[in-house]
Design a protein around this ligand. Structure first.
Ligand SMILES: [Zn+2]
Length: 170
């Protein structure tokens, strides 16, 4: 019964959920994740961002790049609802949402992730989301995304409701 608040310790998927495999190109990205920093690789020559990380800028062929930290917010670019467990251990987890997230400040890159902490049927293209870190173990933190309240124009607002329940876990 973890409250849906910022911080560590939230779990959305079982340990058996296959882990993303890091390689020499993506290791830096996963290291940032381990410290709960959402970053994107940016060319220091022309500022083009790219994801997944790679050794060469596709725009200018520069080999020089840096990690640029993102604010952790973004939108759902597109998504799919997984209704069939592809592993027995995930039988209690379906349905869940796999989504392409377009992060704010990412200049067009998209991260494949999950939208969690809500009913999958409520997920929409263009929905505003924010990162929530799932620590899958001492060596792996995975960025998932959950709905965030839309910015309110003008006065009023202040409705933080609607982020409870619906995890569908055991
Ligand atoms: Zn470049």
């Amino acid at each position: 019964m973890a409250p849906a608040s910022a911080g560590t310790g939230e779990r959305f998927f079982p340990d058996e959920m296959p882990s993303p495999a890091a390689n020499a190109e993506t290791a830096g990205w996963w290291e940032a994740c381990l410290s709960h920093r959402l970053v994107v690789q940016r060319c220091t020559g022309c500022a083009t961002t790219r994801h997944p990380p790679g050794p060469v800028c596709p725009a200018c062929s520069s080999l020089s790049c840096e990690w640029s930290e993102l604010p952790g917010t973004g939108i759902v670019y597109t998504f799919s609802i997984v209704r069939q467990a592809f592993l027995p251990a995930l039988a209690g987890t379906v349905p869940y949402v796999v989504a392409a997230i377009e992060p704010d400040g990412g200049r067009g890159v998209r991260f494949v992730s999950n939208v969690v902490d809500c009913d999958p049927e409520e997920v929409e293209i263009g929905m505003a989301v924010e990162v929530v870190w799932e620590d899958m173990g001492p060596e792996l933190s995975v960025p998932r995304f959950r709905p965030r309240p839309a910015p309110v124009d003008g006065g009023g607002g202040g409705d933080d409701g609607g982020d409870d329940g619906g995890q569908g876990g055991p």
